[in-house]
Design a protein around this ligand. Structure first.
Ligand SMILES: [Fe+2]
Ligand SMILES: [Fe+2]
Length: 200
């Protein structure tokens, strides 16, 4: 099925079909026929996107951590920076699983999201609770982008019959979801209320 599709594809797809045709013929019978397919190319492309995004995010989180008012938020950013380093290592493992070299491709969305976080830092007062509220909102937008990316990748890995890859990426997906919840908790517990009390 995947082979038929590839024959009508672009030059690049045909090239990858040529290099992968040997493995296709051996794996086609066990349901792994998407190896070397257009779908695998798409998954690889998405991995390159999120790999760039996570690497870029390490710098972004550092800036957000330094700009935070409360120690609670600073610690949350510090912890998530460490988690982000793990996400990068996991993505390198994912590339390896697919027999590819880890490669980053610029993610315009993450660049935009981190730029937005930077302008929040410029536009809010240092040491204010409003700064923390704004940083939490910016961080949650980032987390939601990551959740959507990893969620999609886990689904696609399952579609490809690559459960090992799905399991690996699921770990990161769970951690991104936990961080999102933690940020909500931090905001709801104190910060939102205190920001509301803050004088103009
Ligand atoms: Fe991440
Ligand atoms: Fe994250």
């Amino acid at each position: 099925m995947a082979n038929t599709k590839q024959k009508s594809g672009t030059t690049t797809t045909n090239k990858s079909t040529a290099t992968k045709s040997a493995s296709n013929s051996t794996q086609g019978s066990n349901g792994n026929s998407s190896k070397g397919s257009m779908l695998e190319d798409f998954v690889l492309d998405q991995l390159k996107d999120i790999y760039w995004a996570e690497k870029h995010l390490v710098k972004g989180i550092t800036k957000m951590q330094k700009a935070s008012t409360t120690t609670e938020l600073q610690t949350a950013f510090e912890d998530h920076k460490a988690a982000t380093e793990t996400h990068i290592t996991r993505l390198e493992e994912a590339f390896e699983m697919l027999g590819k070299k880890a490669q980053a491709k610029k993610c315009e969305a993450m660049e935009g999201l981190t730029k937005e976080a930077e302008s929040i830092i410029e536009e809010t007062e240092k040491g204010s609770m409003t700064r923390d509220v704004a940083l939490i909102v910016a961080a949650q937008k980032i987390e939601h982008y990551e959740i959507a990316s990893y969620g999609g990748l886990v689904q696609l890995a399952k579609t490809m019959g690559n459960n090992e890859l799905a399991k690996l990426l699921q770990k990161t997906l769970d951690e991104e979801k936990e961080t999102d919840l933690l940020l909500t908790e931090i905001a709801e517990n104190n910060i939102n209320w205190e920001a509301e009390q803050e004088a103009e």
